[in-house]
Design a protein around this ligand. Structure first.
Ligand SMILES: Cc1cc2nc3c(=O)[nH]c(=O)nc-3n(C[C@H](O)[C@H](O)[C@H](O)COP(=O)(O)OP(=O)(O)OC[C@H]3O[C@@H](n4cnc5c(N)ncnc54)[C@H](O)[C@@H]3O)c2cc1C
Length: 287
């Protein structure tokens, strides 16, 4: 299938992208890596009349460390997150997750902003952002604002982005000393999307877990924090028994997506197993 005809605009600046979105309203869509939007257009599930390409827009791509945070441009491709020395060193959970997205072509084209804005329930980066406590910088017709990631993913393929708004930057606070993170994933064998993906960030002091953020993707309508697991971990001794007990709670309060091909009990068991693996690895890395 071919998409319906559309007009292509390459935004030379963030301001121009915002103006084009405002000018064309509902008829416009941003184009980043195109690896989610173009398949939808070819299936005629999306029929934008104007595409605003931000992939090469100056200032939207790249990673840097600044003021105790990692700052990631919205149009940064996954492969940069996979290989960037600052990400690998300062937030290995993110490079570990990026390395498991699709295949090299997908990682070369797909971007962090596209992935977060698209909010696919089986995408990897939403879980990592929830575990990392990211803040999402947005610009739109009313100016700039920040959205804490805990309020960003609303429901299936739906985020807190308003009409005409675009993501410009992701800010991730750098973890304090004694913190380790990990991403563990059971990929779909055909698409590589997560059947279950778990991101965990835990802080240890005097052999006790003092803080834990754990997030799960693939299982429900959107990526979510595993609150019962986080509560069960916090204050416990940093050992395998505590991890196993907390992982058993991973699906508490979680509504599984309906999928005729997946036995719900198997899906729950996978979620517990991958939660245990992610948290155990994060603890090892916490030192
Ligand atoms: C074969 C295949 C396998 C894949 N496997 C995986 C996988 O294993 N794990 C995974 O997580 N993903 C996977 N993906 C998805 C991939 O990560 C996509 O790159 C990602 O979902 C969308 O990013 P994009 O830059 O391509 O966005 P696009 O397709 O360009 O855009 C997606 C949506 O986001 C909007 N958008 C883009 N940028 C912004 C912005 N800055 N602000 C606001 N809105 C914006 C667009 O308007 C559009 O609605 C796969 C894709 C393919 C084709």
């Amino acid at each position: 299938m071919y998409p319906v005809p559309f007009e292509y605009h390459r935004a030379g600046s963030v301001q121009e992208a915002v103006e084009l979105l405002a000018r064309y309203g509902d008829e416009a869509r941003l184009l980043a890596g195109g690896h989610s939007l173009l398949p939808l257009m070819k299936l005629r599930l999306a029929e934008p009349k104007h595409l605003v390409d931000i992939r090469r827009t100056p200032g939207l791509s790249g990673v840097r460390e600044e003021g105790g945070a990692l700052i990631i441009g919205a149009a940064t491709p996954h492969q940069i997150l996979e290989h960037s020395p600052v990400v690998t060193r300062r937030l290995p959970m993110l490079s570990e997750a990026a390395a498991q997205i699709g295949d090299p072509q997908v990682r070369n084209m797909g971007t962090i902003g596209g992935s977060l804005a698209h909010a696919d329930p089986a995408a990897d980066l939403p879980a990592v952002m929830l575990a990392a406590g990211a803040e999402l910088r947005v610009i739109g017709p009313k100016g700039q604002r920040s959205i804490p990631v805990d309020g960003f993913f609303l429901k299936l393929f739906t985020t807190a982005l308003g009409p005409g708004e675009m993501l410009t930057e992701v800010r991730i606070p750098l973890p304090e000393a004694g913190t380790g993170g990990a991403y563990a994933k059971f990929p779909h064998p055909a698409s590589r999307y997560a059947i279950v993906g778990v991101a965990a960030l835990v802080t240890v002091a005097s052999r006790k877990i003092t803080a834990a953020r754990v997030a799960i993707t693939g299982v429900g309508a959107k990526a979510v924090r595993a609150s019962a697991t986080e509560t069960a971990l916090t204050g416990q001794a940093a050992d395998a028994g505590a991890v196993a007990a907390a992982a058993e709670k991973a699906t508490e309060g979680l509504t599984l997506r309906s999928d005729a091909r997946m036995d719900p009990d198997y899906w729950r068991a996978l979620t517990v197993t991958f939660t245990r693996r992610a948290v155990a690895t994060a603890l090892e890395r916490a030192g």
